[in-house]
Design a protein around this ligand. Sequence first.
Ligand code: KIV
Ligand code: ZN
Length: 385
Amino acid sequence: MRKIDIFDTTLRDGEQSAGINLNTAEKIEIAKQLERLGVTIIEAGFPASSPGDFDAVNRIAGTVKNSIVTGLARCVQKDIDTTWEAIKVAEQPHIHVFLATSPIHMEYKLKKSPEQVVEQAVEAVKYAKKLFPLVQWSAEDGFRSDRDFLVKIIGEVIAAGATTINVPDTVGYASPQEYGELFKFLRENVRGADQVKFSAHCHDDLGMATANSIAAVENGADQVECTINGIGERAGNASLEEIGVALHIRKDIYPFETGLNLKEIKRTSQLVSRLTGVVIQPNKAIVGRNAFAHESGIHQDGVLKNPETYEIISPALIGEDDVPLVLGKHSGRAAFRDRAVKMGYDLSDDKLNKAFAEFKKLADRKKEITEEDLVTLLTEQQVLI
Ligand code: KIV
Ligand code: ZN
């Protein structure tokens, strides 16, 4: 089975979310949890961006042993030197250098000609390669770049010593079909493509980051870049938990191995939410509070008879405790009885009917019925005695 490396960038692109600011101790705690989760690479920060980031990357590089630790750097010697100072303690020093390649970025942001961009990228990769055994080069805004230009610049950075080539959809503009085709095209046309890993890096501006990442994997990407809970610039990055679980659950169509320890997903998600202060939307796939919460009576009845009627993922897979059925106005008798039995009440049919009628009245007034509400209701109805 083909191995797909999971490159986690929660501590770099994720921390670039508006309003997030993690201190070094918090970053180390997250990095250790990412190591337990089994990610291949942890992008621990951007060492040249601030002394705090340098310190965090350096401490993580000295602490984490089972994941590769990397730091982001612009294609300039000063950044590469600073990143080396931060990362050199790591077992396998890795650097991630990037330079924009799209016409709009080259003209307006970099104010450089395509030839100058090629020269800068090649010089940076050659320089980085003297220090780091593992050099990833990213074509920022790669998806919106000219394809022939991508073929040229990627071929040259591979010749200069890059070991991984990342082609990001920096602004989340791609469709899955287009992004997949781009990887296929690059694999087939870039000189030296067979000597390197290709990486996908997707943003979620159109809600397609996970689908795009998986399309890239199906078309030759060996690595996906993602964040816990999908945090990141603007609408965020591709969610690690969505990619990891989708590749696992749909092995029938995705014959790939990530090496993730999926049982650590829930814990990692909650840790990142707590330390960043970013609340997870309730209906977020895999890790949202409602991801396993069945609400309607018909669904609840089905799940009680066989969970697989409405559950494609078992909560245990991601290390989540059993999620009790939601008791609300859509709940049916089956869910009501099930909860009463689990709470230790053995109701006759008569008592059940009486209590269930009262429960429905209460549920019309109150969104969710708690176990305390049930005890009060059953006591008032004298069904317990
Ligand atoms: O989205 C992006 O292009 C990035 C690069 C720095 C890889 O985050
Ligand atoms: Zn990004």
